[in-house]
Design a protein around this ligand. Sequence first.
Ligand code: MD6
Ligand code: FE
Length: 211
Amino acid sequence: MSKNSQCLTTPEPSCEVRGFKIYKELLSKGQQITMIADLRRVVHQAPLFGPVMPSGRRMSVQMTSCGMLGWISDKAGYRYEKRHPSGVPWPPIPGSVLDIWRQVSTCRRIPDSCLINLYREGARMGLHQDADEADFRWPVVSVSLGDDGLFRIGNLQRGGTTESIWLQSGDVVVMGGNARLVYHGIDRIRFGSSKLLSNGGRLNLTLRVAA
Ligand code: MD6
Ligand code: FE
């Protein structure tokens, strides 16, 4: 691969659902264990918190971020911030995570934000668009770790039919091109289906070029 290639070659996805490219088991067990160890260090510096939505309701997932920018939600709205709510800068994105972006994103820019979502038993995420980034030409790459999660994919507008797929530990999803603003969410997790996290649960990482 040439050093300054614009478009890197990517592996073929296992399947494509409404423009979302799904790579089943892209991460080996060893890569998953390394990534969890790296994420433990991130969470130690920038602890998980329960964001409040603009409606005032608290999300059922816990979140933190790494990278130059982190995604925040509170009563004032959704946005990217340079610091964790505690005031500390977000830790850097681990190399093990950046490697996945390089493998599947087809783009030369490096993500400036990685949102980390933790789903404990009963947590879910409603249908949403990822629309707080400055330029939707960049893809969003997601990595699933731990328990299975039922991922629902809808349309460019709210409503209409949806399709669902179970995401398992080591699966990677790329949301780009015409699918970049498609509504999606997590209906439920199969708590305890994986042994990767010692207390159970599901971690999802979403890598973005936010600014
Ligand atoms: C999740 N994922 O898998 C939630 N966003 O827990 C997302 O919201 C998501 O999987 C953008 C692109 C891919 C995703
Ligand atoms: Fe999303």
